[in-house]
Design a binder for this molecule. Structure first.
Ligand SMILES: [Zn+2]
Length: 196
């Protein structure tokens, strides 16, 4: 079946909301709901890729039953979850946390993590759907996050997701955008994500 891309511009973003409670401005886990609905409807594997500054504790809580989760996030930072010690590579229930120093990371290193990491995980899991939990509060100057990454990174991240889809897996992809806290970052990110 040929599947098309989807784009969701939603607030609140959702990745902190757990199945039974809201957290961190998130009432509903929009990316998680999309992933779960797809997995239940098709029985096919889904990978949620999350590059928000904060760890998605709610998305991690959904791992299993065909849903896998890959996240880069600052540590220590809210909500305090996301340890690499939790990682596991199990078909249909993989968890890959990549905690980064809250003091920041170079844009080049951040891009490399996503280009290599996403490609490797996608190749191993071969998801039918890639759901991108696209939070941009890691960008330099963001008052809530800020991993010191350049505003040029959204283009690389989206392109990496796209390459992973076309070259390694046959997954459709769905971008769930949580804009940056910096208003001037959001339009650029939105313009690129909207095309994928
Ligand atoms: Zn965040």
């Amino acid at each position: 079946m040929k599947r098309k891309a989807a784009f969701a511009l939603v607030r609140p973003p959702g990745h902190h909301a757990e199945p039974a409670r809201g957290m961190g401005f998130c009432m509903f886990n929009n990316a998680g709901i999309a992933a779960r609905a797809f997995a239940v409807a098709t029985g096919e594997p889904v990978l949620i890729a999350d590059f928000d500054y904060h760890h998605g504790n709610g998305s991690q809580a959904l791992v299993g039953n065909g849903i896998s989760y890959l996240s880069t996030h600052a540590m220590p930072a809210y909500p305090g979850t996301g340890s690499a010690n939790d990682n596991r590579l199990t078909p249909g229930a993989s968890l890959v946390n990549v905690p980064l120093s809250a003091s920041g990371i170079s844009t080049e290193a951040f891009v490399a993590i996503w280009v290599k990491g996403l490609r490797a995980i996608a190749k191993r899991l071969r998801p039918s759907l890639l759901v991108v939990s696209a939070g941009y509060d890691f960008i330099l100057g963001d008052p809530v996050g800020d991993l010191a990454s350049s505003r040029a990174w959204p283009r690389s991240s989206a392109a990496s997701c796209e390459r992973s889809r076309t070259r390694i897996v046959t997954a459709a992809r769905c971008f769930v955008l949580k804009a940056a806290t910096i208003p001037t970052c959001s339009p650029a990110a939105f313009r690129h994500d909207r095309r994928v």
